[in-house]
Structures are given as structure tokens and as C-alpha cells.
Design a protein around this ligand. Structure first.
Ligand code: PLP
Length: 401
């Protein structure tokens, strides 16, 4: 397979039409290869990727140290069940714990699974009469039924009812509204420190701290879904550190293994024992390949000073995009924390995404009107500027035409 020329995009699409369930809207392009900031399609066209792997490829495509570590691990031990100990899983948990709030980890394979673990932990840890979890309008927590119910966006619920009981929804950013929802049955508050799918929504000053206080006063668990914001995305290891508000439970996935599948839920040593033997599991959770990749990801970020690089790149994007906002009425708002970037257009963003793609730049549109960039933290400044040139050109042309 590998040595052959890739199948054309057209023929690959035919394969999909026949054999793959069509539950995704896809661009009519088959991607064949990636390296660093670039990805190539089956026809050999090169794209600068400002949305690599939907935020998973925070180290760019095929990051060398992760590739090497995984290659080595593949020949040693691929998978053993969690009825055994492996040093790698222990070392991975330690590495995450030391860079966060000193907690313990449960490993799984995807963001939604990490959130399901958090939801179950809440139910197991709190008294039976306390079961309600407050989540937020515009949120996104994943696609399994519990996480889908936690996701307070009606478009994701259509046709799926009855949903899981025990979730109540608050407007994002409104601390008084959250306080009003708290009653004797409330067990937890679950929130993305910055909303991703909801349009890169940054919390108003003091909001997360307000939730922390509210949780403390009412004996609630505070869960941060850092599936998108974690692992260096904000220029800190975790967004909670950026905002200086520490949760009781944190979920991680997307970038945690440098582009491989992996996820974790972290919680404090006081809460952790409530997830007792027999109550939760994930067959592939914390497997040796994921653990090797996870450790290599952390090591690469530190060796190459990538948190600092992310903060520096963030300034480049901020300057360029705020300039664009000045020049172009179409750009209504620029929201940026580290390398989590939203450009609010106020009109449909899909044509801009297409125009960028035609010019060799990959970006995303979320919440209909927000151009979202989740670039890799080892981008060069020249690449950041190159992509901003293309984006500016596409937006200005759209505004003019
Ligand atoms: C992507 C995402 C999820 C879901 O992750 P999967 O790995 O697709 O299950 C959950 N929460 C947030 C904040 C996300 O961005």
C-alpha cells in the first residue's frame, strides 16, 4: 500500500460512497501525507494547516520525537489489559500530575470518554440525592449520550431523546444565572474554560473564579473540560493555569498524545478513590503506545520550549488579526488565548474556509460565523505570517465581492 501512489481523491470518494457511513460532511479532498505545518492531498497539492487534526496535532503533523518513540514502542509492547501494571502508564500519569494540580489519572481514548468518566465520578463521589450537573449553553463535551446531554446545544440533541436525566443548562458567563440553578440536588458544574465548538468564547473576567467560589460554598465539584484547551494550547500547560482557577476534575484528550488517540481524566487524591474497582474501565485506556506518545509529547514541548513559542506566536496572530479587524468591517471580533483563535465574522464563514483552501490554507469555521484556527505550537513565525496573509486576502475579497 505504502509504496504505491495514493488513490486519487475522486476514487477515494467513490470508496466512501460505497462503504463508509456518511455521517460527516467532508471536503472533497483526500489527504495523503503530513509533515510539520503542511499536509498534502492525493493529487500532491500542499496546504499550510492552521487547523491540524482538529486541534489534535498541536505539535504539527508527524512530530519527529513522537514518531520515534511510538516506532520504538511498537516493537516492545503494544497492548496489555489494565489487569496489569505497566511502568509507562505510571510515568505518564506522573508527568501529567506534576504539570497540573498533583492529581491522579484515569486513562481512556477520546474526549467524550474522559467526560463520561467525569460524569460517573461525580455520581459515585457525591451522595445519591445530589446528581445534577450544571453545564453551559454553547458548550461541547462529546458525542456519547452522556456527553451529548451535557452539551447544551439543541442542534446536537435533535432526534436523540430521551436524553440522560440530571443536566441543567446555564448561559455561559452569567454567574448569577448559575447561582440560581444551584439546589440541594446539584452535584457539579462542568465547563470548558474557553468554549471551542461554541465559537472560541472566552469567559468574562472573574467568571471561572466565581464558579470556583460557588462550588466551594455549595459543596459542588468543578469540572474543567480541557479536551481542546489543554496540553499547551493556551501557552500554559492547561487553561486553568492561564485563568488561575483550579478545578476538582479535569478532562484531556485531543492533543495529549501528539496526534495519536488518547485521553485522561485527572482528579485530586481525595476524590479519585470514588472511582472504585469494578465501576469504570476502558480496554485500551493508558495502553503502552498512547503512554509512550503522551510522554514524548510532554518531553518535546519542554525540550523545544514550545509553551514559550506558543505565547510568542499568539502575539503574531493577535497583531495580524487585529490589524485585519481595523481594515475590514467583516471582522467583528478577534478572540485569542495562546493558539486558540476565533475570528468572528457575523456572516457565514464557510465561503471563507473554501477560499482559503483554494489558496492552500486550511482553517475551520465553527458556530456558523467564526473562523477558528488551532495552529500547531511549533509553527515558524514566517508560516504564521504566510497563513495570515492568505486569510486576510480571502476575507477582504469576500467583503469586497
Ligand atoms: C473535541 C471535544 C470533545 C470530544 O472529544 P472526542 O475525542 O471527539 O470524543 C469534548 N470536549 C471538548 C471541549 C472538545 O473540544
Amino acid at each position: 500500500m505504502d509504496s504505491q501512489a495514493p488513490l486519487s481523491s475522486e476514487l477515494t470518494i467513490e470508496l466512501f460512497d460505497d462503504y463508509v457511513i456518511p455521517n460527516y460532511r467532508r471536503f472533497p479532498v483526500s489527504l495523503a501525507r503530513g509533515e510539520g505545518a503542511y499536509v498534502w492531498d492525493a493529487e500532491g497539492n500542499r496546504y499550510l494547516d492552521f487547523f491540524p487534526g482538529w486541534g489534535c496535532n498541536l505539535l504539527g503533523h508527524c512530530p519527529g520525537p513522537v514518531v520515534e518513540a511510538v516506532r520504538d514502542q511498537l516493537g516492545k509492547l503494544i497492548h496489555v489489559p489494565n489487569t496489569w501494571y505497566t511502568e509507562l502508564q505510571g510515568q505518564w500519569a506522573k508527568a501529567l500530575s506534576e504539570r497540573s494540580f498533583g492529581g491522579q489519572a484515569f486513562f481512556c481514548n477520546s474526549g467524550t470518554e474522559a467526560n463520561e468518566a467525569a460524569i460517573k465520578l461525580v455520581r459515585l463521589h457525591t451522595p445519591k440525592s445530589k446528581y445534577k450537573i450544571i453545564t453551559f449553553e454553547g458548550s461541547f463535551h462529546g458525542r456519547t449520550l452522556g456527553s451529548t446531554t451535557a452539551t447544551a446545544q439543541p442542534k446536537y440533541h435533535e432526534g436523540l431523546g430521551p436524553l440522560m436525566a440530571g443536566f441543567v443548562y446555564a448561559p455561559y458567563g452569567d454567574i448569577d444565572a448559575v447561582a440560581k440553578l444551584v439546589d440541594d440536588e446539584t452535584a457539579a458544574i462542568m465547563i470548558e474554560p474557553i468554549q471551542g465548538e461554541g465559537g472560541v468564547v472566552v469567559p468574562p473576567d472573574g467568571f471561572l473564579a466565581g464558579l470556583r467560589t460557588l462550588a466551594d460554598e455549595n459543596d459542588l465539584l468543578l469540572i474543567f473540560d480541557e479536551v481542546q484547551t489543554g496540553c499547551g494550547r493556551t501557552g500554559e500547560w492547561f487553561a486553568y493555569q492561564y485563568f488561575d482557577v483550579t478545578p476538582d476534575i479535569m478532562t484531556l484528550a485531543k492533543a495529549i498524545c501528539g496526534g495519536l488517540a488518547g485521553a485522561a481524566m485527572l482528579t485530586t487524591p481525595e476524590i479519585a478513590p470514588s472511582l472504585r474497582p469494578g465501576m469504570h474501565a476502558a480496554t485500551f485506556g493508558g495502553n503502552p503506545i498512547a503512554a509512550r506518545a503522551g510522554i514524548a509529547t510532554i518531553e518535546m514541548i519542554e525540550k523545544e520550549n514550545l509553551l514559550e513559542n506558543a505565547r510568542r506566536l499568539s502575539q503574531v496572530f493577535k497583531t495580524r488579526l487585529e490589524e485585519l479587524q481595523q481594515e475590514c468591517d467583516l471582522v467583528q471580533d478577534v478572540r485569542i488565548v495562546g493558539l486558540m483563535i476565533g475570528v468572528e465574522l457575523g456572516v457565514e464563514g464557510a465561503p471563507i474556509v473554501k477560499a482559503c483552501m483554494d489558496r492552500g490554507l486550511l482553517v475551520n469555521c465553527t458556530h456558523d460565523t467564526v473562523i477558528r484556527l488551532l495552529p500547531s505550537m511549533n509553527l515558524t513565525e514566517a508560516q504564521a505570517n504566510e497563513g495570515c496573509d492568505v486569510l486576510a486576502e480571502a476575507i477582504k475579497q469576500h467583503a469586497g465581492g
